[in-house]
Design a protein around this ligand. Structure first.
Ligand SMILES: Cc1ncc(COP(=O)(O)O)c(C=O)c1O
Length: 407
């Protein structure tokens, strides 16, 4: 048979977080080597357990979970999400505006599929969480990357967003708190983005899966609470704040002037019906999670495990000569920079493959987040302090050898 080819729509799809570097690490593990994995925000393998209350409620509801649910999800969970929007100051959300899905991921792909015609453009941050660029491409759209500026604390450049709007632009993707930079956006900036969307009649697609993973008393503002006159689709899930990514329990909220978007909303409903609902046991977890004890606060407060690991990772990584980093205020990641004079790198994918081979530490290079300068990487600070220390010490030694050879 002739070689079976993948579709051209996959040409822009990057998934290095789970891609070739993970295959190489797996091969090394099969050869008996132990790898420290700093490549993915998967919390459970690092001992961050889902709250027991959530597990118990899922178990109790399992006998009622064998049938398909309503396409948009079970009532109790959507009601809990509706109450959550009220706590966040988002106006006018009804049960009908809430869709449950197998994680935020599935809903992100659904929302872009319903929105984009071939060649339509969506503004996506750079660096990005690569699912967004992939979802736009798979939907037949064109991802257009707007710059987040490192010297301004990785905040999106409003000027760059404006400069990249064309007659084909349909919307702006906002990831706040951000993956991979760990940055939280101030209200002024969010208002600036809302103003641009208003002026150009664009949809806001807002990914807030880290909205409760906040350090140093940082406060997150739900963008939809500021964009009451702009159609806004907000995505969230239990994956991070409730350490439950395996339950695949996410939600999407439509807010703003819905009357102007009835056709788009019909498209969302069609796609929700096509997928026949999402994982029902995971849906049962949502009400308990949102209404129960918020144990994430214990992890992020001073002395909490995530906070300690963030501080340690930041301190050790920025102590390496020629490594700079914006300190994350949120999420589970940092996006440090390697000085290009001290560390000339022609191909960052090859460079971090070499890091893996020599140090047995797996990281993802900046180009995996659609950031093309070859000088960045993302570090996940989920391992216990001892493992983080070991991993970053190995990286520091690797970089010392690299400096000696190439600088
Ligand atoms: C910014 C961002 N959005 C969405 C997701 C996917 O989340 P979910 O597990 O809800 O599909 C992730 C996962 O890491 C993420 O970092």
């Amino acid at each position: 048979m002739k070689q079976l080819k993948k579709s051209a729509k996959l040409a822009n799809v990057l998934y290095d977080v789970r891609g070739p570097i993970v295959d190489a690490a797996r091969q090394m593990e099969e050869d008996g080597q132990k790898i420290i994995k700093l490549n993915i925000g998967n919390m459970a393998p690092f001992g961050f357990d889902a709250p027991e209350e959530i597990q118990q409620d899922m178990i109790r509801n399992l006998p009622d979970s064998a049938g398909y649910s309503d396409s948009k999800g079970i009532f109790a969970a959507r009601k809990a999400v509706m109450h959550y929007t009220q706590q966040q100051g988002i106006e006018g959300v009804t049960l009908d505006d809430i869709y449950l899905g197998n994680g935020a991921s599935e809903l992100i792909v659904m929302a872009t599929n319903a929105l984009l015609d071939d060649g339509d453009e969506l503004l996506v941050p750079m660096p990005d969480y690569p699912l967004w660029t992939a979802a736009v491409s798979l939907s037949g759209g064109k991802p257009v990357h707007y710059l987040c500026e490192e010297d301004k604390g990785w905040l999106p450049s409003l000027a760059d967003i404006r400069a990249k709007i064309t007659p084909r632009t349909r919307g702006i993707v906002v990831i706040n708190p951000n993956n991979p930079t760990g940055v939280l956006y101030p209200d002024d900036l969010l208002r600036g983005m809302v103003a641009i969307a208003r002026e150009h009649n664009l949809v806001l697609l807002v990914d807030e899966v880290y909205d409760k993973v906040l350090y140093d008393d940082a406060k997150h503002t739900a963008m939809a609470s500021l964009s009451t006159d702009v159609l806004t689709i907000t995505f969230n899930s239990l994956s991070k704040a409730y350490r439950s990514c395996g339950y695949r329990a996410g939600w999407m909220i439509v807010s703003g002037p819905k009357g102007d978007a009835t056709d788009y909303i019909e498209g969302l409903n069609m796609l929700a019906n096509l997928k026949l609902g999402s994982n029902v046991p995971g849906q049962w977890a949502i009400q308990t999670a949102l209404g129960g004890y918020q144990s994430i606060k214990d992890l992020v407060k001073p002395g909490g495990r995530l906070r300690r690991q963030r501080d340690l990772a930041y301190e050790l990584i920025t102590a390496i000569p020629g490594v700079s980093c914006v300190k994350p205020e949120a999420a589970l990641y940092m996006f440090p920079k390697l000085d290009p004079v001290m560390y000339p790198i022609a191909d960052d994918r090859e460079f971090f493959m070499q890091v893996l081979r020599e140090t047995r530490v797996m990281l993802v290079q900046g180009s995996g987040f659609n950031f093309p300068d070859n000088q960045h990487f993302r570090i996940v600070f989920l391992p216990h302090e001892e493992d983080l220390r070991e991993a970053i010490n190995r990286i520091a030694k690797f970089l010392e050898r690299y400096r000696a050879r190439f600088a």
